[in-house]
Design a protein. Structure first.
Length: 150
């Protein structure tokens, strides 16, 4: 059984940049994670909203939380790696940013492919960023890989 609270507590230690940005883990379960970036002027860009890099990091961190939360039981035999990412900033963001990440393939399907092939398995994680009113402001798709340890 995955201990989602332990993942929430240890991610800032495992990935120090998560602590630097003060990302909050609001929800974490298999297949879904919700994180928030606070409305901190230290992270602002030239138009007074969160810097694109901070939004990217929020989205990537949410996707990583989904991967760890969904495949924590496999971490002794695989290494999760972000392989590629595509982001679209669709509306000027103001205030805190919430990122909801969803696994793009069923976890059982990914596990089955890994067990069947013994090779690296790739899968998407889709992330939607929203403002405090719930308006969509950015979206990202990250291709993650579970690479078998050698």
């Amino acid at each position: 059984m995955t201990d989602y609270d332990a993942i929430r507590r240890t991610m800032p230690e495992l990935v120090p940049f998560v602590a630097t940005l003060g990302l909050e883990y609001l929800e974490l379960s298999e297949g879904r994670a919700v994180l928030r970036l606070s409305d901190d002027p230290a992270f602002f860009n030239h138009v007074g909203g969160p810097h694109a890099g901070a939004i990217f990091t929020l989205a990537e961190s949410a996707s990583g939380a989904v991967v760890i939360g969904s495949f924590e039981d496999l971490l002794a035999r695989v290494t999760p790696l972000a392989a590629s990412a595509e982001i679209a900033y669709t509306k000027l963001q103001k205030g805190p940013v919430t990122a909801e990440a969803l696994l793009g393939r069923p976890a059982d399907e990914v596990r089955a492919e890994l067990d069947e092939t013994g090779k690296t398995v790739q899968f998407p994680v889709h992330v939607q960023m929203r403002d405090a009113d719930g308006n969509d402001t950015s979206r990202m798709t990250i291709s993650w890989a579970l690479r078998p340890n050698r």
